[in-house]
Design a protein around this ligand. Structure first.
Ligand SMILES: C[S@@+](CC[C@H](N)C(=O)[O-])C[C@H]1O[C@@H](n2cnc3c(N)ncnc32)[C@H](O)[C@@H]1O
Length: 113
């Protein structure tokens, strides 16, 4: 993902290392990121974030994307290694719910792996 011009990034269902979206983003001082995942998972995610040097710029949103949109408005969202964990109808709902929290002109990136 090209971070140029972005202010608010969301790594939906990004349980994995909280720093994952960041290696190429560290130069962008105004960029903030939110990890959206299931409520039971973000509790663990918060522990990884707390250990990150960029913890002040990373937050979480406890969201079941099958039924809800992440709180907040974002310029970009990434759904990586996520859609294949659910059935087609649930995946469709998740993409729709995720898209609802994008700013006008925002982009959503769907990656299978
Ligand atoms: C295979 S992991 C991928 C994590 C991360 N995006 C990555 O690329 O490393 C799938 C993630 O989707 C999350 N997940 C599954 N169902 C979800 C849902 N309905 N809403 C939000 N997150 C969900 C899981 O908790 C898990 O963290």
């Amino acid at each position: 993902m090209d971070f140029a011009g972005l202010e608010r990034l969301r790594n939906a269902a990004g349980t994995a290392p909280a720093e994952r979206p960041w290696p190429s983003a560290t130069g962008f001082r105004s960029l903030t990121a939110t990890v959206a995942d299931l409520p039971s998972v973000v509790r663990l995610t918060e522990r990884f974030i707390a250990a990150s040097v960029l913890s002040h710029r990373i937050g979480v949103s406890a969201t079941d994307l099958r039924t809800d949109s992440p709180e907040g408005i974002y310029d970009a969202a990434g759904l990586r290694a996520f859609l294949q964990t659910m059935g087609p109808e649930q995946a469709r709902m998740a993409v729709e719910n995720s898209g609802r929290s994008l700013a006008p002109g925002g982009t959503q990136q769907l990656l299978l792996s």
